[in-house]
Design a protein around this ligand. Structure first.
Ligand code: 4NP
Length: 154
């Protein structure tokens, strides 16, 4: 479960890149992926057109409608990946009894050294920002898949 603020830029892109990597490796049946926002600002909207265009230049088709992260998602998903530290804190705070803290990670936990801690919010910036998000997501996706493979069956 990929989480950002609006669920129209970074987390749908994370979901799209993840599904693409999984399909490339013939592992479609092994994983379920989804995305959500910590806010309700854009609920019901498709991914941002600028992000869809940036993704489509890389052969990725981003679909879905924005929804807000809900407490039920803590049970439904094994791993909840926040795009930045603000998203991380919001999700951690929603787990009031502290039962699911072990499932909540920051995307950059899976990226090598020398990359930003936060996947930067591209919403108010230019076109380069959307490409930078996709670069980072692609950079971390192998590490994320390795993590999931390592914890399979838990
Ligand atoms: P996202 O980007 O969190 O990557 O989907 C944003 C989308 C909308 C807003 C902020 C970030 N907003 O403030 O409306």
């Amino acid at each position: 479960m990929f989480v950002c603020l609006g669920n129209i830029c970074r987390s749908p892109a994370g979901e799209g890149v993840f599904k693409h990597y999984v399909a490339e490796r013939g592992l479609q049946g092994e994983f379920e992926a989804d995305s959500a926002g910590t806010s309700a600002y854009h609920v019901g909207e498709p991914p941002d057109r600028r992000m869809r265009q940036a993704a489509s230049r890389r052969g990725l088709d981003l679909t879905g409608q924005s929804r807000q992260f809900s407490e039920r998602d803590f049970q439904r998903f094994d791993l909840i990946v926040a795009m930045d530290r603000s998203n991380l804190r919001s999700i951690q705070a929603m787990d009031r009894k502290g039962r699911y803290q072990h499932k909540i990670k920051l995307f950059s936990d899976f990226v090598g050294d020398g990359f930003p801690v936060d996947v930067p919010d591209p919403y108010y910036g230019g076109r380069d920002g959307f490409d930078a998000v996709l670069d980072l997501l692609e950079e971390g996706m192998d590490g994320l898949l390795e993590h999931l493979a390592g914890s399979a069956g838990e």
